[in-house]
Design a protein around this ligand. Structure first.
Ligand SMILES: [Zn+2]
Length: 419
């Protein structure tokens, strides 16, 4: 007997055997995990497996969680009295032990375990960088096959904990993250391994929601505000869904945290749509030329989970949230401010989040004594390199126009699979 069911966000239908699916009646609505136990609880298990609200039954590997702590440095600088930081990365002095230095490690751990329990034999993953590293690492440590597809333009910032020979990785020569998603979907059809599903995958959203689980375990009540940088928005949706579960539980407060979400200008399709109160993204904001101008390539998807029922638009609406645009200069300033105030390096996407927090405080969107959860989605890469060797990603380069037949010939032998 499973401890959860999967339910359509729109028509509330309960679906059986719904792996990475949409409701048959509501193609544009996300499915959401309904945990039968509506009270949050923690077992004696270690790391993230102690939480009762995860869609897995028998986890086989150990998986550390984020570190949530009350800020002194940044809080003083901004005049905040209740700023909590969820640090996702490597900072052993603080107890943070994610060697992939990203919260995508939770996504990968939960997705792979959930896939295994759904009798899936392998997964095709598209990524603009940190998701690739997380899946490559979990694939290597658990022996679960994965093929990773990334855009060539992101390779400069990419690294793996393991050598790329362990995890087959394709780089798209002539395209961006969205083209990588397209090729990944074609590989899925050619090899019979499913595409990891993006925002449709409940395990992905619940995995990213671990940040909220850890925060509630530590803080004991829902924050007034939640701050994060967004690319696809999947992490923010995961945080909102977890917050809804805590509201339903009743012991953690009755108000959803307001989402304060940031994109890196000039590529900010969700910001521009939200400012116009539009559920639909504007095509002019999805111009690939804009992507080449941003610092944070990991935030560069042209297919964000914005319009879908249960996506970012609904999350912002439900929480009274706001979108922010952050210039490159402010991204670097945010990274530097965090390093000086908290004492650890963070990745550019987290620099976006710090800039959003500053902006929200300055503009009065966040008041001094309110409780704030700042999600530092990645950090400690420089710290990690003092302790560990990391690897350059050496992919096979392909064109986005590669015929299906060639994909099959290229990948099926590596996957030891008859396609
Ligand atoms: Zn439905």
């Amino acid at each position: 007997m499973s401890h959860f069911s999967i339910q359509c966000r729109n028509c509330n239908k309960i679906l059986e055997n719904a792996y990475c699916a949409f409701c048959e009646h509501c193609k544009d609505a996300l499915l959401v995990t309904q945990y039968h136990d509506t009270r949050f609880s923690e077992s004696a298990a270690s790391g993230v497996w102690r939480f009762n609200w995860l869609p897995v039954h028998e986890p086989s590997i150990s998986q550390p969680g984020p570190v949530v702590y009350r800020s002194q440095g940044l809080a003083n600088e901004l005049g905040l009295t209740n700023l909590f930081i969820a640090f996702n990365g490597y900072w052993p002095e603080k107890g943070a032990l994610l060697e992939t230095c990203t919260f995508k490690e939770f996504e990968a751990a939960i997705v792979l375990q959930n896939a295994r329990e759904n009798n899936i034999e392998g997964l095709i993953v598209a990524s603009a960088g940190n998701t690739a590293r997380a899946f490559a690492h979990l694939s290597a440590t658990t022996g679960f096959p994965a093929v990773i597809v990334v855009p060539r333009m992101c390779l400069g910032e990419m690294w793996y904990l393991e050598s790329s020979s362990v995890v087959p990785t394709l780089a798209i020569n002539d395209g961006d993250y969205s083209d990588a998603i397209d090729v990944a979907k074609r590989i899925a059809i050619a090899t019979g391994f499913p595409f990891e599903g993006g925002v449709k995958n409940i395990a992905k959203r619940d995995g990213l929601g671990i940040v909220m689980l850890e925060a509630m375990s530590k803080i004991g009540k829902l924050p007034d505000h939640y701050v994060q940088a967004v690319g696809s928005g999947t992490g923010a949706v995961g945080a909102w869904e977890m917050a809804e579960r805590f509201v339903k539980d009743g012991r953690f407060g009755s108000r959803l945290p307001k989402l304060h979400l940031g994109q890196n200008l000039p590529f900010a399709p969700m910001l521009h749509a939200w400012e116009k109160n539009s559920r639909t993204l504007f095509p002019r904001d999805l111009d690939p030329a804009l992507i080449s101008q941003i610092t944070t390539r990991v935030l560069s998807t042209r297919y964000p989970a914005y319009s879908v029922t249960g996506g970012v638009y609904d999350a912002l609406t439900a929480t009274g949230g706001r979108m922010y645009g952050v210039e490159n200069d402010a991204v670097y300033a945010g990274m530097e401010a965090f390093l000086q105030a908290e004492g650890i390096d963070i990745v550019p996407a987290s620099g976006v989040a710090v800039a959003v927090l500053k902006d929200a405080v300055r503009s009065g969107g966040i008041r001094k004594n309110e409780t704030v959860l700042l999600n530092i989605t990645g950090g400690g890469e420089k710290r990690l390199r003092k302790d560990k060797k990391t690897h350059t990603v050496i992919p096979k380069f392909v064109s986005k126009a590669i015929p299906d037949k060639e994909l099959e010939e290229l990948l099926c032998p590596i996957l030891k699979k008859t396609c």
